[in-house]
Design a protein around this ligand. Sequence first.
Ligand code: AMP
Ligand code: MG
Length: 417
Amino acid sequence: MITPEKALQIILDSILVLKPEDVHISEILGLVVAKDVFSEENIPPFDNSAMDGFAVRSKDTKEASPKDPVTLILRGEAVAAGDTPEIKLKKQIAMEIMTGAPVPQGADTVIPVEFCKKLGDRVIIYTHYPANMNIRKAGEDIRRDDKVLEKNKIVYPADIGVLASLGMDKISVFPKPNVAILCTGDELVDIKEPLTPGKIRNSNLYSLSAQVEEVGALPLEYGIIKDDPEEIKEKITDALEKVDLIITSGGVSMGEYDYVKKTITEMGADLKFWKIAQRPGLPMAFWILDDKPIFGLPGNPVSVMVCFENYIRPSIFKMMNKKFQPRQIIKAKMAHPIKNKRGRVHFVRVIVYRERDELWVKTTGDQGSGILKSMAKANGILTIPYEKSFIERGEYVEVKMLKPILKTPIPIRIEDF
Ligand code: AMP
Ligand code: MG
């Protein structure tokens, strides 16, 4: 049996970053850029007006003031965004212009509409603007050959807007891993099937799928797989063709029908470890087969979720070449004593709450690895190290936060486990 730290180290050492792919910009949010991206164009592509108003030669409005306005002659149709003005502006001429429309040749400033009065074919101007005002110059946002996205940066919505404005539909990124989820167990039925005697619903498929999505990867749901070596082999073979990472649930313990561990190992997979000194999730297994990681999680619903959080989440981050985003760790006081079995790291589902300017921790009740409610209620996970067999009330502990801290105390049953 190995420690949780050693297990994570073995996993991360064996996981490879995925090969970069050219991906459409509508699907790259949150992914990591694989190659520097350079602009091939100027943004904006032409000088355009930042205001609705009148394009003029600044010199012609030099004397204009509210008391002593100047009058200029209007030429041509008003230039709308999307138009191309054909006239070249001469002395004492103005042209009506809308925001985003190209500035006509000869004009060097735009007087906003609120300082002007249109009278037939003339316009009265009540203020002066120096040259280059209210004009968005070609290339003022981005110049041709500017680096617009740097390698290894995460893509945010504004980056996608920049790429779109430059006419780039695809860029090279580290793609989202495809993740197969295979739930084994003769007792399982899907959520809408009748619950006949001895059966339980396959909740792991849905919680795992949601966890995969939460880290930004793509789940491929294989549904329910019988406790049958042939079927396990067939589905693993299929998944190896289609995905980058495989998760199985169930069938890795010591039971008579726990075929998953045996079958995958017999397929030639390199079993890197089996069993971690932890609660929940002790019998977790990990293999590499055809360069692809396979996580064999025990079937208990809480084990599945905690193992995903501790081992698969960091793995998916590595595959996407993302700096691992650790959860926030907070220090808080234990609100009641708890015991731990020596020789195991215990991941306890807890609620962290604020009471009179202090943070406190309570467990979410029964910590059995089948009690999914304990996970659903929790906002954090408290790690109790091996050597620690007891935590006293009021002792400071560290908690990994999965959800926000509760702002108010809550009454919950305190379990001594
Ligand atoms: P196993 O690891 O196969 O021995 O399963 C351990 C426990 O988890 C058993 O009580 C199973 O019924 C339960 N279990 C296994 N797979 C699932 C699943 N997909 N959804 C919900 N519970 C499961
Ligand atoms: Mg089973």
